[in-house]
Every structure is written in C-alpha cells, then in structure tokens.
Design a protein around this ligand. Structure first.
Ligand code: AMP
Ligand code: GLY
Length: 425
C-alpha cells in the first residue's frame, strides 16, 4: 500500500518512521515533509493547506491511506475533500475537527454533557468581556476561539493584564480571525498530562500518557512554545486518574460528539489538568501531539496502519493497543531565540551518530530541517527532537540528554530540565 502523510514537523517524522515499519506499506509520500522525513518518504512540494492539490496527488499515485498530521487542514475540511473523492483518509471530518478548531464549541460540549472542565464564559464583544472581568477572580485565562498555533491562550495575573489581553485578542486581532470570539476561563492549578487516543466514531482506545514542557526556559519560565520536550508515561497519571477519566471524560466525549451528529474518527488528544478536585479537560486536539508523538509512538507495539484502518472502518473494538513496559523522553533542540526571532540555515552535525544507535533506543526526529548543498541545515525554531527509550524514565531521560550532545549546530538551544519532575515525584 502507498501512504501519504500531510505535514512537515517532528510529529510527521515520527509517524513516517512508525508507518514505515508496517509490512503493509511499500511506499510513503509526505507533503511537504522535511530533511529527516525524506529518509522514509518521498517528499512532495505541496502545502498542507492545498487540499484539492493533495487529493489530486493521492488520486494520481493511487494512495491507499492518507494520514493528516496537522490541525489546520483538518479544521479546514481536508478529510471531507478526500472522502468526496472516495479516498481513504485518517482523521476527523470538518464537523468533528471543530473539537479543536473552536474552543467555544468544545467548552459548550463539555458543559452540555457534564464533562469536567474549568468554568468559563464565551464572549463575542470586547465590551462584554471587559465588564465580566471586573468581577472575575484572578488569575484568569483568556482563549481566542480559533486555531492560533498554540499561542492564543493568555494567563492573566491581574485585571489590568486581562484588560490588555482582551484588547490584543478581540480588538487588535493579534491572533487574526481566531479572536472573533473569546473564552474566559477559570485558572486551574495542578500537573498537566497529555493523553492521546484512537477513535472510530463509537469506540475509543487510550494510548499511554505523556507530559509536555511548553515554556521556553528551565523551571517553566519564558514564553509559551509549541513544546520543548516530553516524556512518557507520566508518573502522575495513576490508575486512579485513569479510572476517573475513563468514567467521566473519554467515552463521554466520543458519545457527545456522536449525539451532536459529529462522529469523531481519528486521534483525540486530551489535555488534562490533574487538580485537587480531580482531572479536568484543559483542551482537546484533533490529532497527535507534537512532541507527544515522539515519545508515545516509539513505545507502541501495534502496526500503525492496522489501527488507523480499524478507525476508518469502525472496527476499533477489535483492536487492543499495546505499549512496551518502558519509558521515553524527547528533548527538543531549538534555534536560540525561539519562539521569537532566531536564525536559520545552520549546518547540523552528528545526526548519523544518533541514527546508528537506533537499536539501542536512540532516535532523532526532525522538526525544522532542510537540505542545502548536500548538507542538512536548520529550518525552524524547533529543529530536532532527540528521543530515547529506556527501562524507566530516569534512564530514558539520561539517554536523551546524552544523545542531545552528539548533535550540534551553531545556535543550538535546549531546556535542561525535561522530565526533571519525575525525579522529584
Ligand atoms: P491550550 O492551548 O488550551 O493547551 O493552552 C495552552 C496552555 O495554557 C496549557 O497547556 C496550559 O498550560 C495553560 N492553560 C490552558 N487553560 C488553562 C486553565 N484553565 N488554567 C490554567 N492553565 C491553563
Ligand atoms: N504538544 C501540544 C500540542 O501538540 O498541541
């Protein structure tokens, strides 16, 4: 079978690597891909938002399965475009991808179906939001309704910060159209855990847990980023937490989407906050996490194509997911300055040293790289995700940091405390 993967980051590299292990697959394409993905896939220069062109390509090459890695094309309806042409595609339709595409939709869904989440109000006018904030407890969380590259969430400590926040989201439209509506949410405290799942419209199968590190600097200081590193499993995701989420969150979400006439097929990512009062949903995503995929997929034993096809065909109840009884850690190597200004085009060395140790559980997944005159150079804020699998989190973390030293480029930057919380747990 020929497989087409849509996207160009570390998540898509991890998907390409995992899908390449399936005996069912004899050719992988990736649009648009990157220099690391090129090892497993033929990269084709079609943008992830060129929906019709992508479908033309899949038709022409007789692609048997298309996997959508990224949120934007899902929210724009790429699955509907492919299905209308009779092409097999893994991911939610537009009317289900709204679970990620609109925070107001997902909050209303949770409220209606009593799925535990932070208290909130939705606003379409800045004046009303400002009036509400006058009496709201601080800190408060402001969220632009639509997709904003993970940046549309502002945590405001004071009323004056919150007023500024409303101005930047709703009046100045700092996140564009995403700010036409805004959710104002209760601030929750606790440990944050990411749980990915496969869903076929009815049945949900939970993958192993993971934890992301979103801030740019050690000790969770600095700006929010797409994610600076992850580990899996999370020691805070206990059996008790799992039981609560199974009873109140996971199946309830799938059933709610079905009841709304928006059956969800694909991956649901549950962003959870483990509060003193129990787990609460912070957000839903309609696709694998990045860099969560980099630590979850290397531990997954199933054939990825089998599981994705079962989701498409509504046969997920016949599948049991299996994860190795070990742990993984991913340290993101970024360009110094990210998420603000940074330089690109720096030559990367040492990639082969990591590649040669794959059998020992060392991996390097490319997030922002490209070829230049026969070399691989940096091409983004997040450049690489150096991942290692070990018998436990401590070992995985030590190995990931060991391998992070094998790879170099002139403006390399990384957090030094990925997974450090586990040593304190
Ligand atoms: P989101 O894009 O919804 O994942 O939000 C980005 C980050 O903001 C999350 O990963 C949390 O760290 C934080 N966040 C979102 N909602 C809340 C909340 N209600 N309380 C505290 N932190 C939050
Ligand atoms: N790592 C968080 C996300 O993929 O949105």
């Amino acid at each position: 079978m020929k497989v087409l993967i849509i996207g160009s980051g570390g998540r898509e590299h991890t998907l390409a690597w995992k899908i390449s292990k399936s005996p069912k697959v004899d050719k992988i394409y990736c649009a648009p891909g990157n220099a690391g993905i090129a090892e497993y896939a033929e990269c084709v220069p079609i943008g992830a938002m060129e929906l019709e062109k992508l479908a033309d390509f899949a038709e022409e090459k007789k692609v048997g399965l298309t996997v959508i890695g990224m949120d934007d094309p899902l929210v724009a309806g790429i699955v509907d475009v492919f299905e209308a042409r009779g092409l097999r595609v893994f991911g939610p339709r537009k009317n289900a991808a709204i679970l990620e595409g609109s925070k107001a939709f997902s909050k209303d869904l949770m409220k209606k179906y009593r799925i535990p989440t932070a208290a909130y109000e939705t606003f379409e006018e800045a004046e009303k939001a400002l009036a509400y904030l006058e009496t709201a407890p601080m800190p408060v969380v402001l969220k632009a309704d639509g997709l904003a590259l993970g940046k549309g969430v502002l945590i405001c400590e004071t009323l004056s910060e919150a007023r500024e926040g409303v101005k930047s989201i709703m009046t100045d439209k700092k996140f564009g159209e995403a700010g036409n509506r805004m959710v104002v949410e209760e601030f929750l405290t606790g440990r944050e855990v990411s749980v990915l799942s496969f869903v076929d419209g009815d049945t949900i199968r939970i993958m192993t847990s993971a934890q992301d590190h979103k801030r740019a600097k050690d000790n969770d200081e600095g700006l929010n980023t797409g994610g600076m590193g992850t580990f899996s499993p999370s020691p805070f995701y206990t059996e008790e937490v799992d039981a609560f989420c199974r009873e109140h969150i996971y199946q309830a979400t799938v059933d709610a989407m079905k009841a709304e006439g928006r059956p969800f097929k694909g991956v649901i990512f549950f962003g959870l906050m483990l509060t003193e009062k129990g787990p609460r949903v912070l957000e839903y995503n309609a696709r694998f996490g990045d860099p969560e995929a980099q630590v979850v997929l290397p531990r997954m034993e199933n054939d990825m194509v089998d599981v994705m096809e079962a989701c498409i065909d509504g046969r997920l109840k016949d599948i049991e997911l299996k994860f190795e009884d070990n742990a993984a850690a991913c340290v993101v190597l970024a360009s110094d300055g990210y998420p603000l200004a940074y330089e690109k085009g720096k030559k990367i060395t040492g990639l082969d040293t990591v590649k040669a140790r794959e059998e020992d559980g060392y991996y390097v997944f490319h997030a922002g790289t490209r070829f230049e005159n026969g070399s691989i150079v940096t091409n983004g804020g997040r450049v690489l995700g150096v991942t290692a699998v070990g018998k436990n989190l401590r070992e995985a973390r030590a190995k990931a940091y060991e391998a992070a030293e094998w790879v170099n480029f002139s403006n390399k930057y990384m957090r030094r405390d990925i997974g450090k919380a586990i040593e304190e747990a």
